[in-house]
Design a protein around this ligand. Structure first.
Ligand code: PBE
Length: 270
């Protein structure tokens, strides 16, 4: 194709995030599958480091290829960015963020299971918490508590038919990204309204699935499916219960600034 060749300028490198992230694993797969990406690398470090590189590149109108996703405030900070088309479908289409529970939770803590199963909200809800945290520098968990106080009608649907309990302990596992800090925060706050004693522990994606599958944790609201966490899900799916999406309309992919004159992953030259 006749598109501009940015490969030298970006040093054949995609700027990625934490090594434990699903999107990092998926990007390794993309490099394997796309012939034009042979010899490319994904630089794994942290979400914060990626955002700094992205800010710097855009300020200087330099080319950059990053691993991007929604919901996140990266598109609010830089509306002039696009997902590259992915003709091989490595990054999937629409992703869901699913809740998963350990085997036996329904029998042992039925009220907890019911509430977690009924937890469901929208991209806009989640983003309102993430954007406020980003803008104010305040703690996401604190803003999540306030969101639960301010959104009684939505929360009432999650609590419907759930009996009050007296300090039943629930161990949730989650991941350290803002999206899951928001969802685990609102779920914890909602569960506390019914008398649960909830602990949220942030761990690597692999540990989220492993701890629910081994019964070391009760549940998680942080499973990105069907693509992002596919590898971890497939490994453990017989030993956990998939409660379906608590949020739909998520997305992952390779993202570039609009000033780069390419549209597809296949436009990246070898
Ligand atoms: N993320 C955000 C994570 C899940 C939440 C897309 C960066 C990942 O596992 O890739």
């Amino acid at each position: 194709n006749g598109k501009v060749n940015y490969s030298e300028a970006v040093d054949h490198t995609i700027i990625g995030i934490e090594p434990g992230a699903g999107i990092s694993v998926t990007t390794e797969a993309a490099i394997e599958e796309y012939e034009n990406l042979q010899g490319w690398e994904v630089a794994l470090s942290s979400t914060g480091a990626m955002m700094t590189e992205l800010d710097n590149a855009i300020r200087n109108e330099e080319p950059i290829v990053v691993t991007g996703w929604n919901p996140h405030w990266m598109f609010a900070a830089h509306p002039d960015m696009k997902y590259l088309e992915d003709p091989k479908g490595i990054y999937g289409g629409e992703e869901g963020i699913n809740s998963i529970a350990r085997l036996g939770l329904e029998e042992e803590k039925p009220e907890a299971y019911k509430l977690i199963d009924q937890f469901e909200w929208d991209v806009e809800d989640m983003e309102s918490i993430m954007f406020e945290a980003e803008e104010t520098g305040r703690d996401i968990e604190e803003i999540a508590y306030e969101w639960v106080e301010d959104n009684e009608d939505k929360v009432a649907v999650w609590l419907e038919g759930v009996d009050d309990v007296d300090g039943v302990e629930v161990e949730l596992v989650s991941t350290p990204w803002d999206s899951e800090r928001a969802s685990s925060g609102v779920l914890k706050a909602a569960m506390e309204k019914k008398g649960f004693d909830v602990t949220v522990t942030d761990v690597d994606v692999a540990i989220v699935f492993e701890s629910v599958a081994t019964g070391n944790a009760d549940a998680s609201a942080a499973a990105w499916l069907p693509i992002t966490h596919k590898e971890f899900y497939n490994k453990h799916k017989d030993n956990l219960i998939d409660l379906g999406p608590n949020l739909t309309g998520a997305k992952i992919g390779l993202v570039v600034p609009n000033y780069m004159d390419i549209d597809s992953i296949e436009d990246l030259k070898p």
